[in-house]
Design a protein. Sequence first.
Length: 381
Amino acid sequence: MTETTSWSPYTDEEDAARATVRSFFDRELEPNAEKFVGNLDYDREFWRKAGKAGILGGAIPQAYGGPGASDLMTVIIAQELGRSVGGTVVGSSLSADAITHILMTAGSEEQKRRWAPGILAGEVLQCLTLTEATAGSDATAIQTTAVREAGTYLINGSKVFVSNGNKAHLVYVVAKTDPSLGGRGMSMLIVEATTPGISRRPMATMGCPAYDLAEFHFDDVRVDATSLLVGEGRAMEILLSLFALDRMEVAARALGEAELGFRLALNYVKQRRAFGRELVDFQSIQFKLAEMKTEVEVGRAFLCEGIRKHRSGSFGLAEGAMLKLWISEMSSRVIDSALQMFGGSGYMEEMPISRLYKANRLHRIYAGTSELQKVAIARQL
């Protein structure tokens, strides 16, 4: 069982939700992590169980059957996933629920009422298709198009690195409706995954063997014009409304993993003996543990400040970039030091610290590389 930390930047209601999430992961994820590998059906059942536990769709207002909870629910889920050994197996998992924010802010009334019940129950899963093989950090370079034809849109193109993509029922497609306008010509459409012309395949990752990551192909996919969210040319507006919180979510996941790495290392050096004494009795180990603990605590304080700014409405793109940049880099340092304490056994695939090391590497890449975060920060100086 993973104990929740006594430190918390959350309200009493959010802390109660966090305890529910922690209990759910301890019960359904930690003992069963290996069952997810190569088994999308088990993964789907996990989402349904999460729905029954009431931890999905936090962004859905009560008017649509949701809890009307804080939008920090996805941040809570991310941190608790990071603090779970099973998180090193499943990847983003329930963090993909953050996409619900798009439906609630940009979807039509009909779309919200149609899909909200299934999302809450874990029956309707979602994914966002943005990145392409030749368009990663520069989202405006995408080549997927959506051409308006007599009350419909015809979508053509390919997408990669789509989290939750192989089992998703709803696909949010970012495409250019007017390529001549660059980023201002990008639009977003909501499309059912069973629509003719959509194909997808799994993509294997370096870490997280059960990570549901997909590549999508759209070949003359025709959808009704009502699939368009908000209006043509509004995709970047929709995405920007999500980016800051998304970066906080990644930072929370990285912080949770740093906490896990520190805990694994501390437990190991208290048990492992060398030269007639426990490793923890060596001053070199003590000094390194002290450094790791300090960095984790600074990361917690940084996240807490980010949450405070988010509540006050002052958490923008630069704040999100700084938070993700520092905590993801810190997390990497802490976990690298933790693995070093394990010596040769830490390099073995079956060891949780080995899986954590590989899983953690992603946080300096996705949701904007560390280099891209520096660009975003510099632009605000």
